[in-house]
Design a protein around this ligand. Structure first.
Ligand SMILES: [Zn+2]
Length: 125
């Protein structure tokens, strides 16, 4: 997964390293999926559930930045969706019900590679 391309633009490399760091940090942290399912019915009248748990260093590393990272990814995703959306490519087609669409940003035929990558990523996780 770590690509060490010698000619890579420094800003691009920095971005790649940051993203790979987030992936590694997230994979090392404990999943709260089952715990949160189990704890949900225990929420009290004030809307809280007291939790006693053991957090590893990896969990703390993850939790310290999780909110900001997730907000950043969601914001990024929304910006990508705004950028990469279909528009009628114009031109003459015999199939008027299904006109040829192109991405208004990258001009690839719709769905463009960026949208496909997003779609695959968010459907598999
Ligand atoms: Zn596109």
């Amino acid at each position: 997964m770590i690509n060490d391309l010698p000619d890579e633009d420094p800003e691009r490399r920095h971005m790649r390293e940051r993203l790979e760091c987030i992936v590694i940090r997230s994979e090392k942290a404990s999943s709260w999926r089952e715990q949160s399912h189990r704890l949900r019915p225990l929420v009290n009248r004030e809307g809280f559930v007291p939790v006693h748990t053991r957090l590893s260093i990896e969990d703390l590393d993850f939790l310290s930045d999780a909110r900001e990272n997730l907000l950043g990814f969601a914001e990024f995703g929304l910006r990508m969706l705004d950028l990469h959306q279909p528009r009628d490519a114009g031109g003459i087609t015999s199939d008027t019900a299904h006109p040829i669409l192109r991405c208004r940003s990258c001009m690839w035929r719709w769905p463009c590679p960026t949208f496909r990558a997003m779609s695959e990523t968010f459907h598999t996780h």
